[in-house]
Design a protein around this ligand. Structure first.
Ligand SMILES: Nc1ncnc2c1ncn2[C@@H]1O[C@H](COP(=O)(O)OP(=O)(O)OP(=O)(O)O)[C@@H](O)[C@H]1O
Length: 243
């Protein structure tokens, strides 16, 4: 059975159709890189999946159950966790306190506070440190850990490297690679195509609110992704020099 099934999703900002007729099926263990230019609709799509923004049309199913109209916290309880762009931690609370907040849905599973510190060893020495005083990379690892504390079936990561130095992004990705070994299903928005191609096993490209490419990473080329990113695939198709 599919883990996540999205059918013909439309999401609007007032008059603007930000996501148009998007459908996708995710299976357990998929690591999807959601790729697209600024304004392509990635964040709006992820917000609709996580319940932060109601879709105008379409359906979302998680593990075979319809969740389209569920509130965000019920979706967390159903198995979806979002690490939002900008992290949104409680800066006056410690790492441990932020992590414990993620556990409130009380889903059972392998993730608990000790496992988070085991997988993200750089966080364990920050256990009692207020997150507002920590580095960007440590904060990002805390945000990922907090989402994992809900024992999600699907982890959604929106622009985890945004605003971080290349060195710190390396650290965040080292953490993510440990996570990939745990078979968690992941949707990842990442502007750095090389990193996205390295960690994901599937590429989905959005352009102007629509999916224009959906392929296993092993079968897609960098040029194909770049063409989809800039909308060049349409021009080539019209000119007859691409499939
Ligand atoms: N709160 C909002 N109100 C009105 N329009 C919005 C709002 N948020 C996004 N939009 C518009 O919706 C469209 C999709 O934006 P969205 O942020 O989902 O794209 P994105 O692919 O995530 O881009 P980015 O990488 O810049 O975050 C854009 O045209 C954007 O201007």
């Amino acid at each position: 059975m599919s883990c996540l099934q999205v059918n013909n999703l439309d999401v609007r900002h007032g008059q603007l159709a930000a996501v148009r007729g998007v459908s996708m099926t995710l299976n357990k263990g998929d690591v999807v890189a959601l790729i697209g230019a600024n304004g392509a609709g990635k964040t709006t799509f992820l917000r609709a999946i996580s319940g932060a923004h109601s879709p105008a049309a379409g359906t979302i199913q998680l593990n075979g159950n319809e969740i389209t109209k569920l509130s965000s916290h019920k979706r967390v309880a159903a198995g979806l966790a979002l690490v939002p762009e900008g992290r949104k931690l409680f800066s006056n609370m410690t790492t441990e306190e932020n992590l414990l907040l993620g556990a409130t849905s009380a889903r059972s599973g392998e993730w608990n506070i000790e496992k988070i510190f085991q997988v993200f060893p750089n966080l364990s020495k920050r256990r009692h440190t207020k997150t507002g005083t920590m580095s960007g990379g440590e904060q990002q690892a805390t945000a990922i850990g907090r989402a994992l504390m809900s024992n999600p079936d699907i982890l959604i990561l929106d622009e985890v490297s945004l605003g971080l130095s290349p060195l710190v992004v390396d650290q965040v990705y080292q953490n993510l690679e440990r996570l990939l070994a745990t078979d968690t299903t992941i949707i990842l928005v990442e502007q750095d195509l090389s990193r996205a191609m390295k960690v994901a096993n599937r590429a989905i490209c959005m352009l102007e609110g629509e999916i224009v490419l959906d392929k296993p990473m092993s079968l897609v080329t960098r040029d194909e992704i770049t063409d989809a990113y800039f909308g060049l695939h349409k021009i080539r198709t019209h000119n007859g020099d691409a499939a």
